[in-house]
Design a protein around this ligand. Sequence first.
Ligand SMILES: [Zn+2]
Length: 505
Amino acid sequence: MRKALLCMLAVACLAGAAPKKPKLVLAIVVDQFRYDYLIRFRSEYHGGLARLLSQGAVFTNAGFIHVPAITAVGHSTVLTGATPSTSGIVGNEWFDRDEGVRVSSVSDARTQLLGGSGTGSSPNRLLVSTIGDELKMAGGGKPRVIGVSLKDRAAILPSGHMADGAFWFDTKTGNFVSSSYYYKELPAWVEEFNAPRPADKYRGVTWLGHKMPEDNARLFEELEVTPFGNELTEAFAERALASEQLGTREFTDLLTVSFSSNDYVGHRYGPDSPEVRETALATDRLLEKLFQAVDRRVGAGNYLVVFTADHGVAPVPEVNVARKMPGGRVDPAAIRAAVELALVKKYGAGEWVAGAWDLAVYLNQGLIARLKLDLAEVEREAARAIQVLPHISRVYTLEEMKRGWVVRDPVSQKVANGYHLRRGPDVELILDPYWMVGTGKGTGHAAPYSYDTHVPVIFLGAGIRPGLYHAPIAVNDIAPTLATMLEIETPSGSVGRVLTEILVD
Ligand SMILES: [Zn+2]
């Protein structure tokens, strides 16, 4: 009897001690937001970023543990905790050997766009569960899960398979759209949001000397390359919050918001430009606007924010060279040509390359099989041709990845984490630091180096111990930490650890 009473008391004490679960998880990804943007512009932040930095648990050395460090891969990591080797999201695009075509991370020919015209998108290529999926499964489908971004992949991949809806911006129409994967028709509140044509108001408006075009086709693309794109995203997120009544019921809901304009601005002007600084400051103000909306609707202390980015960015090579730093551009045509020349020379005429872009070269495996050649040998031949080109740091082949025949160091580990054995390329190359594939202007990201992989991770809200945390962590640690706090199953592919240091006992 006494023992039973003690047990009951202990259970009561345990239950009393556990922080109550948040009503809403607000997961924010800023596309191409390098960690150092938090530091460089700190004194100018007075809004949402200042709130995160002063009240949150701030990880100063969080990074991605995969390459390529690009949008779809980063967004698929944040709420799955998985690496591409398991999640299957190996790039924004890859060559699908079964379909024999280049596919995007969310392209799905079986779906239709809602609110626009053409093919829709879905999370069908994502092979693992997200926090949203685990919330849904644990709660019998009742928790609400919504994803929002300018980009389809950045709305779809964080929210997951069981999301109620993912919404993104259609540059053809200026509408926020979704996919028949989620709905039969666009929800009424989305139609109502689109009806006054909120994107049109930016026509002719000037930002830092850049005048928005008059014609719609160009306007809707150009406004993405300014903070106006983020303004639309934030307004839509607020509408989703209200219309879906997120965070107002007994279940924990999830809203994922990815701000894409930082990425478009960063690609065009580079991390050292006034445009990137101005966009970061605008993001600070917009985040405060969003936080205040959540404060009003859900209540301060009732929600949990997690803030991160999908990748960083390299300096513009010409800017780096001008300040005596290394850097430059490698012509992708030269990589492809080197492989083709080597394989024609060794094996005879043929279409040897199925696809080559960024860091990936996909060989024509059908041709290699028909000629009864040893795939591993052909891959090695292609790799040798690339390795001798200028500014190539490493070359990996599919066969080497399968067998684990790689140098044991952190760069190789990131390549291995990024390699899915069905979807990965036959040859993957890593350039020297500050070098990038491409001949255009501006800059890019993909590399295993810190400027592309070091990003913010900040938790803010009930149950979180604020402060600065300097020990290195992986972005993959976010998902298992959320799963632990929310008392749901860890997402299926997670390789992260629980960040116990930030959890209030
Ligand atoms: Zn991105």
